[in-house]
Design a protein around this ligand. Structure first.
Ligand code: HEC
Length: 162
């Protein structure tokens, strides 16, 4: 069977093989590069997106540095299970987030709209320093080792996620 197919291929005129290969390549480039590029542009800021203040941006960098995103996502999906987390995420929500802190694991709750859900500076700060005091049995580690300035920036960043 395979031998027969190979023999038939070998009998094909070269121009047909070249045109066939070029067509497959062009189609591949279209569906993996050209089409997605048209679909993705132009993304404009929408919903939650706002330029971060200097201190919020510092908090954002600490969020990455401390690996908060190992345990927390920032992506609300349009499914029933995520309804309590706020409006589903749209591409423009991430306009000012480069790179995006979307995360992959939900060991803790999604933080996409945490600033609306928990708008208390004091609670967020106390929780960051001693999660088990606020939520008994929590597996979130304490970030009491962060400087007061870093804790402040991180909490201001969390509050900006509305
Ligand atoms: C090892 C996993 C883990 C890491 C790392 C982690 N968290 Fe958590 N986080 C949790 C869990 C589990 C909860 C739920 C229990 C609780 O509220 O303490 C939680 C809850 C929270 C809450 C309350 C959210 C809500 O809706 O109740 C906030 C805010 C939060 N984390 C922020 C952070 C920040 C900021 C960092 C990084 C500095 C971080 N977390 C790192 C596991 C983690």
């Amino acid at each position: 069977m395979i031998r027969r197919v190979l023999r038939r291929l070998g009998e094909m005129p070269l121009w047909l093989v070249v045109i066939g290969a070029a067509s497959v390549f062009t189609f591949g480039v279209y569906v993996t590069v050209v089409w997605p590029a048209f679909q993705m542009a132009p993304i404009t800021p929408e919903g939650r997106a706002h330029p971060y203040t200097a201190v919020e941006n510092t908090g954002r960098l600490i969020y990455f540095r401390e690996g908060c995103w190992y345990c927390h996502t920032q992506q609300v999906r349009p499914v029933a299970a995520d309804r309590a987390l706020g409006p589903p995420a749209l591409p423009g929500d991430y306009y000012y987030d480069v790179p995006q802190p979307m995360g992959t694991e939900r060991t803790g709750p999604d933080l996409f709209h945490v600033g609306s859900r928990i708008p208390s500076y004091i609670w967020l700060k106390d929780h960051l320093v001693n999660p088990q005091k606020e939520v008994p049995g929590s597996v979130m580690p304490s970030y009491s080792y962060l400087s007061v300035g870093d804790q402040d920036a991180l909490v201001r960043y969390l509050l900006s996620l509305r």
